[in-house]
Design a protein around this ligand. Structure first.
Ligand SMILES: [Cu+2]
Length: 190
């Protein structure tokens, strides 16, 4: 479990509790209650919030807005990382593709979970795809690799494991052979 997930879970729990609280407040205050001005019959009910309840309701909504603004604030590290700033890569790997072959700087490329890593992928001939897959074959991410450009992606792996690289764009007759098993090893990290 990484710190960002802990902070997010804490935030979502707070939001859930608050929503339940506001719904209860609305429910309780909207039930009919005997009017204070009830005349001799005493059967008159008045529905909805009275003035003090409306004030409390406005305070609740204000707290929700301010609390939300604070929790998504860039002052909080996880919000900062998730919403406000680009992750600064701690590591960069430059991969070249030529003649339907991936040329990795080292095999496997070792990265730590939870740490931003940058992949720069260059093509010396045609357009390829750079796709990273989990052991079960599901896709983590992919990008197009266009010749003449520095194709870059910054990724934070959240699960340790061994990952496979495949070309995800049809590039020619040898496209289907473009696979590197065990290309990336993600280790338990901070
Ligand atoms: Cu291909």
């Amino acid at each position: 479990m990484y710190i960002q997930q802990v902070v997010e879970m804490f935030y979502l729990t707070l939001v859930a509790i608050y929503i339940v609280f506001i719904i209860s407040f609305i429910y309780v205050t909207s039930r009919g209650k005997p009017s204070k001005m009830a005349t001799d019959g005493g059967e008159e009910e008045h529905r909805g919030m009275d003035k003090a309840e409306k004030t409390w309701f406005a305070i609740l909504i204000t707290i929700a807005i301010i609390g939300n603004a604070l929790l998504l604030s860039p002052l909080i590290p996880s919000a900062n990382m998730a919403l406000w700033t680009k992750a600064e890569p701690m590591q960069t790997y430059t991969i070249t593709i030529e003649d339907y072959q991936f040329h990795l700087p080292e095999k496997p490329m070792r990265v730590a979970a939870g740490v931003p890593v940058e992949f720069v992928v260059l093509s010396n001939d045609v357009t390829y795809g750079f796709g990273v897959f989990r052991e079960d074959g599901s896709l983590v991410f992919q990008m197009q690799v266009v010749p003449g450009y520095e194709n870059k992606i910054v990724w934070i792996f959240d699960e340790p494991g061994v990952y496979t690289i495949r070309s995800t764009e049809y590039s020619g007759p040898e496209h289907s052979s473009m696979v590197v098993y065990d290309a990336i090893v993600v280790e338990e990290g901070g």
